[in-house]
Write a protein that binds this ligand. Structure first.
Ligand code: DC
Length: 233
C-alpha cells in the first residue's frame, strides 16, 4: 500500500513576472537543460480566451464569463517536449498568440471563476513531474511550496524593445515602440491590480532583473540558485 509519505516529491520551480520579461524562453531553456517539463500557464488562460472569443461571451460581464467557463475543458499534453493545449478536445496551440487573444486573456484571467477553473489542472501537472511552471501567481497561489521561486523582471522599455524585435523577426506588422510600451504597461497594471491572485513577488521568491542579462545568463543563474537551494536542504 502506498501511503502519502511514500509519494515521490517532484521538484517544482515557479517563475512569475510581468509580460515580456522572458519567462517562457528562460523556463523552456532551463527545463530542457535540467530534463524537467515546462508548463506554460499563460497558454491555459489563452485557451479559455479563445473559447470566450469563439462563443462571443462578453468579456466585461463577469457573470457571463463565469457561466461560460464551466463548458470549457482545458487539458494539456506534451508532444516532443512541447506543450500542446486542448480546448474541449481540440488542439488550439496555434491560435493562442494573437493580439485579440492576449487582450481577452488579460481581461478574463482577472475573474475568480476563470482562475479556479485552471487551479487543479496546474497543481496536478506539478505533482506528477519535475516542472518549471511560469505565470503570474505560481509562487504566491498555485505552488506555495515550490522548491525555488523566481520573480523575473525587466524594465518596460527593455520588454517593449524585445517585443518589437520579436514582431519584426516574425515579419508581423509592428506598432510603434511607444504603443507597444504603453500596452505592456497597461497589461502590467491590470495583472498587478486585479483583486484575485494579482501578480506580485512571493515573499520567498528571488528577484532576477533580466534587463541587462542575456537568456543563457538568466538560465545559468536559475540553475545555480536551484543547486544552492538543494544543497542546503
Ligand atoms: O504569460 P502570458 O502573456 O501568456 O499570459 C496571458 C495572460 O494570462 C496574461 O494577461 C496574464 C494571464 N495569466 C495569469 O493571470 N496567470 C497566470 N498564471 C498566467 C497568465
Amino acid at each position: 500500500m502506498i501511503n502519502k509519505s511514500d509519494k515521490v516529491k517532484h521538484i517544482n520551480i515557479a517563475i512569475d513576472g510581468p509580460a515580456g520579461a522572458g519567462k517562457s524562453t528562460i523556463a523552456r531553456l532551463t527545463a530542457e537543460k535540467l530534463g524537467y517539463i515546462y508548463i506554460d500557464t499563460g497558454a491555459m488562460y489563452r485557451a479559455l480566451a479563445v473559447y470566450f472569443l469563439e462563443k462571443g461571451t462578453d468579456q466585461d460581464d463577469e457573470a457571463a464569463v463565469s457561466a461560460a467557463v464551466k463548458n470549457a475543458d482545458v487539458s494539456i499534453e506534451h508532444i516532443d517536449g512541447e506543450q500542446h493545449v486542448f480546448l474541449n478536445g481540440k488542439d488550439v496551440s496555434g491560435l493562442l498568440r494573437t493580439e485579440d487573444v492576449s487582450a481577452a486573456a488579460s481581461k478574463t484571467s482577472a475573474y475568480r471563476a476563470v482562475r479556479e477553473h485552471l487551479l487543479m489542472l496546474q497543481r496536478e501537472q506539478a505533482a506528477k513531474a519535475d516542472v518549471i511552471m511560469d505565470g503570474r501567481d505560481i509562487g504566491t497561489a498555485i505552488l506555495p511550496d515550490a522548491d525555488l521561486k523566481i520573480y523575473l523582471d525587466a524594465s518596460s522599455e527593455e520588454r517593449a524593445k524585445r517585443r518589437l524585435a520579436q514582431l519584426k523577426e516574425k515579419g508581423l506588422p509592428a506598432e510603434s515602440f511607444g504603443d507597444i510600451k504603453r500596452e505592456i504597461e497597461e497589461r502590467d497594471y491590470r495583472d498587478m491590480h486585479r483583486e484575485v491572485s494579482p501578480l506580485k513577488k512571493a515573499d520567498d521568491a528571488i528577484v532576477i532583473d533580466s534587463t541587462d542579462m542575456s537568456i543563457p545568463e538568466v538560465a545559468d543563474e536559475i540553475e545555480r540558485l536551484l543547486e544552492e537551494k538543494r544543497s542546503v536542504k
